[in-house]
Design a protein around this ligand. Sequence first.
Ligand code: DQA
Length: 144
Amino acid sequence: MKVLVINGPNLNLLGIREPELYGKKDYAALCAAVEEHARQLGITVDIFQSNCEGEIVTRIQQALGNEDAVVINAAAYTHTSIAILDALKAIALPAVEVHLTEPMQREEFRHVSYVGMACETRIAGFGFESYLKALDYLHKKYSK
Ligand code: DQA
């Protein structure tokens, strides 16, 4: 099973960015945790990060025929991007929305998730564990 893991804007600044919310571990540590968990499950992951909405749309389109599922933390684009929603709907692969924090317990503008409208489930508020739980979910449901 091949899974595309997408990280949106400012997640490259993990460890520096609001550590009281997002933790002190950096982006490389997140990637290492995801890669190690995927290895244990026998899943191949490609982890993609971009601060640009269009680059995220393009990478989602490239998953068609190349990957079996998507894990996406679109970060702030979660709450604004109809383009990312449409890209996920276009490729129609199983997708899981993840967040480090729980946006529903934060400012009201974070309570809307366009990205979530194209995802079959949502895992939020567990820090790096949110991504690992998403891989578990996909592995259990789709791995043959
Ligand atoms: C986030 C939550 C978003 O509201 C925020 O814009 C982010 C990170 C999270 O992982 O908790 O950048 O997606």
